[in-house]
Design a protein around this ligand. Structure first.
Ligand code: NAD
Length: 304
């Protein structure tokens, strides 16, 4: 019988742990971690996501500030705001909610975020650090959430065969790099992959981020495999009722070892990892400031 691995429960634990960690940091005299959330336009889904992120931040003791800009905001004005947030010492993390309106070059905006405040992990510096496995950068939240879920059920990743479906910059590619870092044998697949069912059948770990409702059928899954379903798809059934489904035909996967549900799986973990990254960014800033003080003290010539 498949084990359902709930992300909402784990995310709740992470939030409680973060709240305790933040309280301890503040008691030790450090700043309250600050997260800036930037939303351009009126996209209803984006507004819901931003609201959830701010609520979760508050529960973890993180101070969040929301910047809502009208859809017609120009790229230069948005870049000015990013520059101001980069310079603001009370802000440790900056999140620009995607998608941005079409007249704004999203890559240019993401590149303008200071890498040490890039809590989404999309800046080229953080992408580079992830690809070299330095462990020093901020890691994108959804892939990080996938890995934390996998760590609940897998002790030793070495040599396991992992198949990632989807090669986006925000999920597929980074999750593949993280699995590779754990010494899995990783196959990344996409819309043009030939013989996808056969490839998936060989996998011990399947991570699906395709955005295609119930793409992965039960008979693609090897008995006992661990399946992480990242997809979030709204479908309307024959009675006109709308519901959310993942990229995996979950009801066909009773023979899998582990399966994450949709909703209640990867989604809440993504938010928890955003908060984790914000606290890590605040800690890293504090550490850098301490190192600077030590460096300055060393630079002072010893009295003769
Ligand atoms: P994307 O559209 O940027 O990329 C989709 C990828 O899947 C592409 O590489 C494409 O080649 C591949 N693909 C699409 N259809 C396929 C098929 N039939 N066979 C094989 N490969 C296929 O999407 P994304 O931003 O990576 O998001 C993927 C899904 O994950 C979406 O449903 C999205 O809503 C969801 N998502 C969830 C979270 C979360 O927090 N749970 C976060 C990000 C994305």
């Amino acid at each position: 019988m498949v084990r359902i691995l709930r992300g909402d429960t784990l995310a709740g634990q992470m939030s409680d742990d973060l709240a305790a960690e933040v309280a301890a940091l503040v008691a030790a005299g450090q700043d309250v971690p600050g997260l800036a959330v930037v939303l351009v336009g009126e996209d209803p889904a984006s507004r819901i996501y931003v609201g959830r992120k701010r609520k979760a931040a508050g529960m973890a003791g993180i101070r969040s500030a929301e910047y809502r800009l009208p859809a017609e905001t120009g790229e230069a004005a948005l870049l000015d705001l990013i520059a101001a947030l980069n310079a603001d010492p009370a802000i440790h993390g900056i999140l620009v909610q995607l998608p941005l309106p079409r007249h704004i070059d999203a890559a240019r905006v993401l590149d303008a975020i200071a890498p040490e405040k890039d809590v989404d992990g999309f800046h080229p510096v953080n992408v580079g650090r992830l690809s070299t496995g330095s462990g020093a950068g901020l890691v994108p939240c959804t892939p990080l959430g996938c890995m934390i879920l996998l760590e609940q059920v897998i002790d030793d990743f070495r040599g396991l065969k992992a198949v990632v479906i989807g090669k986006s910059n925000i999920v597929g590619k980074p999750v593949a790099l993280l699995l590779l870092e754990r010494e899995c044998t990783v196959t990344v697949t996409h819309i043009h992959t030939r013989g996808l069912p056969e490839i998936v059948r060989s996998a011990d770990i399947v991570v699906v981020a395709a955005g295609s409702p119930e793409l992965v059928k039960g008979d693609w899954i090897k008995p006992g495999a661990v399946v992480i379903d990242v997809g979030i798809n709204r479908v309307v059934d024959k009675d006109g009722i709308s519901r959310i489904v993942g990229d995996v035909a979950a009801q066909e996967c009773g023979h899998a070892g582990v399966l994450t549900p949709v909703p209640g799986g990867v989604g809440p973990m993504t938010i928890a990892c955003l908060l984790r990254n914000t606290v890590d960014a605040a800690r890293a800033k504090e550490k850098a400031a301490r190192m600077l003080l030590v460096g300055q003290a060393r630079a002072v010539p010893a009295p003769s």
